[in-house]
Design a protein around this ligand. Structure first.
Ligand code: EPU
Length: 442
């Protein structure tokens, strides 16, 4: 495994290996062909791992992505007292988490600061032991990313929460109680945090305007396997009858729909054809018809999807990011890289995060013609992109630049490899196995 050295990580995660590489070097223009296995979902696996803190029994997760975020969360869970046993079979990576002991205040500040999803520890630790003490979570710099919905929801359930000096101190001296909560926006993280807490609260919790992302339904399926009673998965109203002791579970992590969409763009921009193993059209929501309109053919086959550029070529489309089932904000940057060489213009509007166009300047260095006004980018397709030295400033920006590099003429050198590694399981290795000229370098 690749990655930068960090001792808490290599202690916690046996598949972790320090890797001095800081850049990816891509020689573009080679059509991708072969099978690309889509990994377990980055944004499903983190709440699933945290759910193991709710029970002293064993929770086994299959189809684990070997990503940096997973390694960081594994190290955080170990620090809290959980034991993690990893195994690898032909079917992939699995982990069994045993949290029979949880020490809620033993938090590694540096690790929490690396990852937004660490805020989910708040709901789980409050539910399990009535106390949590966390630094404010970190994560990609893509917008304001407040935690006010999380805090308001947990307070409605009886938690006392103090935010001071960059620390969140939360207690539930009388335990948590069910509540009716209306989210101001369908926040993915707040829905997950409140779900985790509500499974152990006394009485029924109703979450209205809940997020409907498939990762929420995956968390609900795992919590249900642990014995929780939750209705409404996939809708915007979740009803949780809390307070039952939770048992263990065995759960396969859902396929990563963002990796799926990203690799479909990669197949199309290179003029190749990929079998995206484990891919499913239903996971893509509004992205499926929009990608089709842009000239990305996706055809269901056994155990996945075939992806290639339509014979008519790539065409500009208009995209507005929205909560699921709308077009995913996490696919906005990869789609922009694809549309940079489409015939005609595309208008891309980002409505979820305020600062999610940081890939634009980098794509321009490669010759893309993109004008930004407020939250909208107008992309005028150019005949070809040129390789350049570029920097990936967040997980999806980095993925977008990989796609651009694969489709470009000449050599692209991408730094910000840690961002890519946070969210993708060995992306460069998997691309190389499909014929890409791509290597990690110092
Ligand atoms: N928001 C608030 N207050 C809150 C919570 C959210 O104002 O208390 C705002 C956010 O600032 C944002 C909007 O609500 O403008 C939606 O944020 P949400 O809470 O849904 O996002 P998140 O839970 O922080 C997850 C994913 C993101 C993904 C978004 C939207 C994880 C670990 N992260 O973030 O993934 O973009 O949902 O789908 O699940 C990525 O994978 O690259 C990534 C950033």
């Amino acid at each position: 495994m690749s990655r930068s050295a960090s001792s808490p990580l290599s202690d916690a995660v046996p598949w972790w290996r320090p890797d001095p590489a800081r850049t990816l070097v891509i020689r573009g223009g080679r059509p991708l062909r072969g099978t690309y296995p889509v990994s377990g979902a980055k944004n499903a696996v983190l709440p699933l791992m945290v759910s193991a803190l709710l029970t002293p029994h064993l929770v086994t997760l299959h189809n684990m992505p070997a990503s940096l975020d997973v390694a960081v969360l594994a190290a955080l869970l170990r620090r809290l007292g959980a034991e993690l046993h990893w195994s690898r079979t032909e079917a992939g990576l699995s982990v069994t988490i045993c949290a029979d002991q949880v020490h809620p205040v033993r938090i590694d500040r540096e690790l929490v600061a690396r990852m937004r999803a660490s805020v989910l520890l708040l709901g789980a630790l409050l539910a399990r032991g009535g106390e949590a003490n966390l630094p404010m979570p970190g994560g990609d710099a893509i917008g304001l990313r407040g935690i006010d919905f999380h805090v308001a929801g947990l307070r409605a359930m009886g938690a006392e929460i103090e935010l001071a000096g960059g620390t969140i101190r939360a207690t539930a001296p009388r335990g948590l109680s069910g509540a009716e909560i209306l989210l101001p926006q369908p926040s993915v993280g707040a829905t997950e945090n409140l779900l985790l807490a509500a499974t152990m609260a006394r009485g029924t919790t109703i979450i209205r305007n809940a997020a409907r992302e498939p990762e929420i339904a995956d968390l609900v399926a795992c919590l249900a396997a642990m014995g929780a009673s939750i209705e409404g998965a996939g809708t915007d109203v979740l009803a949780i009858a809390g307070g039952r002791p939770l048992g263990g579970a065995v759960h396969p992590v859902m396929p990563d729909r963002i990796e799926l969409g990203t690799l479909a763009c990669a197949a199309a921009i290179t003029g190749g054809e990929l079998h995206l193993r484990h891919g499913r059209l239903d996971l893509l929501g509004a992205a499926a018809p929009l990608l089709a309109a842009a000239g990305v053919e996706l055809r269901p086959v056994e155990d996945g999807l075939m992806a290639r550029r339509a014979p008519s070529g790539l065409a500009g489309v208009d995209i507005v990011t929205r909560p699921h089932p709308g077009f995913a904000t996490d696919l906005q940057a990869p789609a922009m890289a694809l549309l940079a060489t489409a015939t005609g213009a595309s208008m891309i509007t980002e409505t979820i995060f305020e600062q999610r166009f940081r890939h634009v300047d980098e794509l321009r260095k490669m010759g893309a013609a993109i004008a930004v006004r407020g939250q909208t980018a107008v992309v005028r397709g150019v005949p070809a992109l040129q390789g350049a030295v570029v920097s990936g400033t967040d997980v999806r920006a980095a993925a977008a630049l990989v796609i651009a590099g694969l489709g470009a003429e000449g050599e692209t050198v991408l730094d910000g490899l840690d961002h890519l590694d946070r969210g993708y399981d060995r992306m460069a290795d998997k691309l190389a196995a499909c014929g890409a000229d791509i290597r990690r370098a110092g």
